[in-house]
Design a protein around this ligand. Structure first.
Ligand code: DLL
Length: 436
């Protein structure tokens, strides 16, 4: 497939030009929030910085951070930077705890967001003549509306499926010849499994590529989905606070996601000290949105942990790349003092040949943490001989110990007994939090 761009001039812009564009936009944005959002002015005054101190991206570090708590405290209108009359859309986070985050969009904000999604779709080869099957949820969640808008912009025939009703998803996919699939990776894995169960082989569908994001997923999961659906699987990242999907997207190189730097300036910081770390360091991702009118975020701490890279990309894009975020700083489980990311568990079980349907349960017994991992046996190797099951579980637990440093209790359960997700998968149940 030939390299394709949606906005070539921006996507392949020289470093120098991009930095001067970012500087110009940052200066304007800082003035915009200072003039229109009393809360930002208050945070800046507290840090002793005013718009005159910000002359370009080299001054970004002088600005205060913004956190999810700030967003919750300022719910619903406290960070709005334009008259509500100028807003045409609201989206909201899927968060189940605390107050939801509500983000506002002017028509220009919606247009620019959809352009970001259009870049993502073009990068995986989507365009006129494609049938774009969007199975992200529609509604307050940004996945459906974002990819839907991007799909219109690149001229695909858009199927606004939304999530759920898997039987209908398969029917439309096969009858209408879907070529591009957009959904969470866990739902893509479920669709692959369901197609197989319905008697289809991977080559029977017309899909060629998928754009999967909204939750962490491993390289092993990518290979599993590519195999079961017979497609190329690409990652896409974003968050409601900064617009939605399309903050960054993967190209054909499949080696990290290009950040749309003309809209979002990325920094990596030490999550404990707030210190800005040099390129290539692992740390917390911080975004400044330099084009948003209604809900601009300055130095927003995402809590996602990743690494940035400016290595030359074979696709020709010069936009900085971020590695797959493998969990958020607040997703990390600390079990008996050991840091455990759910993605490490996923890596091991897919490597050992299990399907990507699992659940992690953490609890506390006699003042000591317990880690239980529920994994489905494969239909092919399904056994009801207790000895066989025990042997397999012991083998998997040992493989996990090598990766994690602690040994979980592995429970091999019958195929199809772990609940499938239609949106973001619930992988972890931390019962310690319930007892506290
Ligand atoms: O999940 C937006 C989105 C929709 C992205 C569709 C991609 C596709 P929120 O619900 O606000 O927004 O959740 C944002 O999800 O901070 C990450 O922790 C996580 N996340 C999003 N994309 C990825 C990804 C949408 N590709 C939060 N890999 C973010 C890992 C991701 N984590």
């Amino acid at each position: 497939m030939e390299n394709q761009y949606y906005q070539k001039a921006i996507e392949t812009m020289s470093r120098e030009d991009m930095e001067s564009l970012q500087s110009e936009r940052l200066v304007k944005q800082v003035k915009h929030v200072w003039d229109n959002v009393p809360y930002y002015r208050h945070l800046m005054e507290e840090k002793g910085v005013s718009p005159e101190d910000i002359k370009g991206i080299e001054d970004l570090h002088k600005l205060p951070f913004l956190t999810k708590d700030d967003l919750r405290d300022q719910y619903p209108y406290g960070l709005l930077a334009t008259d509500l009359d100028n807003c045409v859309r609201i989206q909201s986070t899927s968060g189940t705890t605390g107050r939801r985050v509500v983000a506002f969009y002017t028509q220009k904000d919606v247009d620019l967001w959809e352009e970001c999604c259009a870049r993502a779709l073009t990068a995986v080869g989507a365009g006129k003549g494609d049938v774009c099957h969007v199975s992200y949820g529609y509604g307050l969640f940004t996945g459906g509306p974002g990819l839907n808008g991007g799909s219109h912009k690149v001229g695909c025939l858009t199927l606004p499926m939304s999530s759920g009703n898997t039987e209908r998803q398969l029917q439309f996919m096969m009858d209408l010849g879907s070529t591009i699939l957009c959904c969470t990776p866990s739902y893509a894995a479920y669709l692959g499994e369901s197609l197989k169960e319905a008697g289809y082989k991977p080559e029977d569908n017309t899909l060629k590529a998928g754009i999967f994001g909204a939750e962490p997923w491993t390289e092993e999961m990518r290979r599993d989905i590519e195999k079961s659906l017979g497609i190329k699987a690409y990652d896409i990242y974003g968050l409601t606070e900064t617009s939605g999907p399309g903050v960054s997207f993967e190209c054909q190189a499949q080696s990290g996601m290009h950040i749309n730097e003309d809209h979002f300036i990325a920094e990596i910081i030490d999550p404990d000290t707030g210190e800005v770390l040099p390129l290539g360091s692992k740390g917390e991702l911080v975004f400044t949105s330099i084009t948003k009118e209604a809900f601009p975020l300055i130095r927003y701490r995402t809590r996602d942990i990743t690494v940035l890279s400016r290595e030359k990309c074979s696709c020709g894009r010069t936009l900085v790349k971020m590695r797959k975020p493998m969990g958020r700083s607040d997703d990390m489980l600390i079990i008996r003092g050991v840091n455990v990311f759910p993605s490490q568990i996923e890596t091991v079980l897919l490597k050992e040949g299990y399907a990507p349907h699992y659940q992690i349960v953490v609890d506390r017994e006699n003042n000591s943490d317990t880690l239980d991992v529920y994994v489905e046996m494969n239909p092919e190797s399904f056994s009801d001989v207790v000895k066989d099951i025990e042997e397999d579980a012991t083998k998997l637990a040992s493989a996990m110990k090598t990766m994690l440093g602690i040994k979980p209790k592995v429970h091999l359960v019958a195929p199809k007994t772990i609940e499938r997700s239609e949106g973001k998968a619930v992988r972890v149940i931390d019962k310690r939090k319930l007892h506290d």
